[in-house]
Design a protein around this ligand. Structure first.
Ligand code: NAP
Length: 509
């Protein structure tokens, strides 16, 4: 057992996909590591009718399939399930929150959880304002002496700047900022956190981490899957809202921030905010020069026919929602002045990989002319998923006559660590919320700042017909114009795998 305070985790949306695939399995993994509080309970809440027993039966297959820890010990699984309860309510009925309150009081008395509650909102976003206000109507938001009440909000946090501001305002009517945990599961990934350690615990990187030595930064987040049967939902969102505004900009925050004074929530989140405040705005007029959007089209991938986006279930024939976006932008501050950042993300790309590339500048004078790869020798590649690790590329002399230079790699893979368990992002983030540590959660002001940056892009796309939606065949690296985004002699995107032939659904760092 650890020192996490006794508490009840209330999951709204307990009958849904996220609870089944991520939240309950992550809790089970924490349980197996004895990291849950000594007295702990989960109360699942949604409209569907289940008893405690039938809800436990419903979630058991998810534990077996998705938990990292083996769920083969019947007794252990049963002990875990014993602390899980279920309450059906109409999530929009104020009276039903009275029922919820009574049920919480019962469980609290039975499990001795000291009156501490965390409310996890894993419902459609339309309920993100409603549920907190109905909780407050029954006083369930009020903290007391030694008693906490916290709110975890799933993504998406807003649909644009105006809706994100409204949501923040609505939440702050009842809860204080320190009670609100806005989840961005990318921040829970070990390799994203390792960025801070790579930068700030190694004397060799930080002195070079600036415009004097870095030519540009690339961030790629590729998915090989399409929208599947979530076309209806996805079409109201798209790659910019779904991936770039939140996950990728949070990674930019980690890559670009100044050293925080201490490793704790306020300090780190202040530095992230400063990065976002330094983004050079892309005006609506500039959007077509800095941002490229695309949609996958019908194709054959590894012999299998793939539908185009507009043929997917729930997607309108005339949809202009991007399944791919690439952007070039600048951070106007002392450290990054003039260094372009390139980010791209898309569905139905040749592989699944998320990585950061720090491309260093060439040496000031080229001694070794006419040699292979010497010009773009120094590259630091940080692989966030899969096959998490870090690779440093540099030039070495090829043995023999002359001065032939070849690029070689020095790399580290998390999988090489013996007996080291890498927790899932949800494990890490749930545990942090239970501990009251918001370091890896997005703060309201930073979320708004990120929306402020992408809002003109959304507006330009919605109103201007002269900005194309490029097609790209499923299984390729996006629309053709994206390749010419990275200017400069001999500079181009790093492809985690060059083409489909390299890779199944997994690719090496
Ligand atoms: N699934 C993922 O991998 C994932 C990843 C990141 C973020 N998210 C976010 O997490 C949230 C939940 O996602 P999900 O995939 O679990 O969704 P889902 O499978 O559609 O589940 C939604 C849940 O909300 C409940 N609900 C309560 N009131 C509702 C209402 N008025 N209308 C519709 N549903 C209502 C549903 O249960 P009842 O119908 O029984 O009430 C259900 O349990 C979403 O906001 C999503 O954007 C999901």
């Amino acid at each position: 057992m650890n020192s996490t305070a006794n508490q009840i985790l209330v999951i709204f949306g307990a009958s849904g996909d996220l609870t089944n695939r991520k939240l309950i399995p992550a809790l089970y993994d924490l349980y197996c590591q004895e990291m849950l509080p000594e007295n702990f309970a989960v109360l699942g809440v949604s409209r569907s009718e289940y008893s405690d027993e039938s809800f436990r039966e419903k979630i058991l297959p998810g534990i077996k399939e998705f938990a990292n820890k083996k769920a083969s010990q019947e007794e252990k699984v049963q002990d875990f399930l014993d602390c899980i309860f279920y309450q059906s309510i109409d999530t929009q009925s104020v009276d039903d929150y009275g029922t919820l309150k009574t049920r919480l009081e019962e469980i609290n008395a039975r499990c001795k959880t000291d009156g501490n509650y965390i409310f996890y909102l894993s419902t459609p976003p339309s309920l993100y304002s409603v549920i907190p206000s109905l909780l407050a109507a029954h006083g369930l938001h009020k903290e007391g002496k030694g008693i906490f009440r916290r709110l975890i909000i799933e993504k998406p946090f807003g649909y644009d700047l105006a809706s994100a501001k409204t949501l923040n305002k609505d939440l702050l009517k009842h809860f204080r900022e320190h009670q609100i945990y806005r989840i961005d599961h990318y921040l829970g990934k070990e390799t994203v956190q390792n960025l801070l350690v790579t930068r700030f615990s190694n004397g060799i990187f930080e002195p070079l981490w600036n415009s004097k030595y870095i030519h540009h930064v690339q961030i790629t987040s590729a998915e090989s899957i399409g929208v599947g049967d979530r076309g209806g939902y996805y079409d109201g969102s798209g790659a910019l809202r779904d991936m770039l505004q939140n996950h990728l900009l949070q990674i930019v925050g980690m890559v670009a921030m100044e050293p925080p004074s201490v490793i704790e929530a306020t300090s780190i989140r202040n530095e992230t905010l400063k990065v976002f405040q330094s983004f050079r705005p892309i005006t609506e007029e500039e959007v077509k020069d800095y941002v490229i959007r695309g949609q996958y089209t019908e194709s054959t991938v590894r012999g299998e026919h793939m539908k185009g986006y507009r043929q997917e279930k729930g997607v309108p024939d005339e949809s202009r929602t991007p399944t791919f976006v690439a952007m070039k932008f600048f951070i106007d501050n002392w450290r990054w002045g003039g260094v372009p950042f390139y980010i791209r993300t898309g569905k139905r790309l040749p592989t699944r990989a998320t990585e950061i590339v720090i491309q260093f500048k060439e040496t000031p004078h080229r001694l070794f002319k006419d040699v292979n790869g010497a010009k773009k020798a120094n590259q630091l590649v940080i692989r966030i998923q899969p096959n998490e690790g870090v690779k440093l590329k540099f030039g070495m002399k090829v043995p023999g006559a002359g001065f032939q230079v070849e690029n070689v790699d020095m790399d580290f893979h998390y999988s090489d660590l013996q007996n080291t368990y890498v927790p899932s992002a949800y494990e890490r983030l749930l545990l942090d919320a239970m501990l009251g540590d918001a370091t890896l959660y997005a703060r309201g002001d930073a979320v708004e700042e990120a929306w402020e940056f992408v809002d003109p892009i959304l507006k330009a796309w919605a109103t201007r017909d002269d900005i194309p939606v490029y097609g790209y065949p499923a299984g390729t690296w996006g629309p053709e114009p994206v390749d010419s985004m990275i200017e400069g002699e001999n500079m181009n995107w790093r492809y985690p795998c060059k083409n489909l032939a390299d890779d199944g659904n997994y690719c090496e760092l």
